[in-house]
Design a protein around this ligand. Structure first.
Ligand code: ZN
Length: 199
């Protein structure tokens, strides 16, 4: 039974599809929107649509960008012989905030997770292997999260890359097991990077 206008019910339903938003929070957000000035609501809706329409994957590293090739991939100041493999663009941002890494990235947009039905073909591995055909790549640093799925993904990548004769390293365990890279402080991230171990 509809307690509210069907427009409100629809809005609540849309919010409830977002991660971490339960039905109470969905209601709270929907009513917040209705109480906002109309201008602000229009800006908000436009920001969502604009982001979706303009942001896509970098054709080189698969991070989210509004360019064909992202600013990191197109920068001559970066060391293109070292590729750090991360799960998400948020992990990339975490390493960028340290200001100490001058290589480039490859963003898998996920990790292998059989429980969720995500296999090797579902993440951006093909694109990574394609990049390695360029023999200027000297090292691949695997910086997937340190947890069951991240480790399994790292092992898979190691087995894929090792036969190509390219050095494969894994970030050290300075990062708490199961921790999301984006939530970890910069000092710990750097320690994990500097202490990386050849696989
Ligand atoms: Zn890129």
């Amino acid at each position: 039974m509809d307690y509210y206008s069907s427009y409100i019910t629809k809005l609540i339903e849309e919010f409830s599809h977002l991660p971490g938003i339960g039905s109470k929070n969905a209601q709270r957000l929907a009513f917040h929107i209705l109480n906002m000035p109309e201008d602000q609501v229009k800006h908000f809706a436009k920001a969502i649509v604009d982001a979706k329409e303009n942001v896509h994957y970098c054709s080189c590293c698969c991070t989210l960008t509004d360019k064909d090739i992202c600013p990191i991939c197109s920068s001559e100041k970066r060391d293109h012989s070292v590729i750090m493999v991360v799960e998400t663009s948020r992990d990339l941002a975490a390493y960028e905030r340290t200001n100490q890494y001058d290589g480039v990235y490859h963003v898998l947009q996920g990790c292998i997770d059989p429980m969720k039905g995500i296999g090797a073909a579902d993440i951006r591995l093909k694109e990574l292997i394609k990049r390695l055909e360029d023999d200027s790549v000297k090292e691949v640093i695997v910086a997937t999260n340190l947890g069951v799925e991240g480790d399994a993904t790292a092992l898979y990548i190691r087995n894929l890359i090792k036969p190509l004769g390219i050095k494969v390293t894994r970030i050290a365990s300075g990062v708490p097991v199961g921790g999301d890279l984006e939530c970890i402080d910069e000092v710990t991230l750097l320690r994990a990077l500097k202490g990386r171990i050849e696989q």
